[in-house]
Write a protein that binds this ligand. Structure first.
Ligand code: HEM
Length: 83
């Protein structure tokens, strides 16, 4: 069995940068954004800009009022760790 929360390094995060396998980080939490791509009101391409990287800044610039923890609860992968 695996432990939760799953620890994700930046090296691991970077590998998930395609539409079929896209992860991103918001406020230290790693999400699988692939299932949400077709539903994003700003379009999939805008969302793909943060695939494989930390999306916190862009997210805060575009819509800081959106409750991402709530919306992407089911898509949570784990937490970003150093190393
Ligand atoms: C709109 C969710 C990431 C760009 C929206 C809206 C939601 C949403 C709910 C509608 C907001 C409203 O009308 O008040 C999310 C979630 C994200 C995410 C859950 C993270 C997984 C991003 C990122 C960008 C972005 C990283 C930019 C690179 C936009 C833009 C709109 C938008 C430009 C406005 C679309 C329009 O009104 O025409 N997003 N978003 N989003 N989002 Fe995102």
């Amino acid at each position: 069995t695996e432990s939760f929360p799953i620890r994700v390094t930046m090296d691991e995060l970077k590998k998930h940068n395609t539409k079929k396998d896209a992860w991103s980080v918001f406020n230290g939490i790693v999400y699988n954004i692939t299932p949400y791509l077709p539903y994003h009101p700003g379009g999939p391409d805008e969302l793909m800009r943060v695939a494989g990287r930390d999306g916190t800044k862009l997210f805060m610039l575009t819509h800081s009022w959106v409750n991402i923890d709530h919306m992407l609860q089911e898509c949570m992968v784990g937490m970003l760790v150093k190393g």
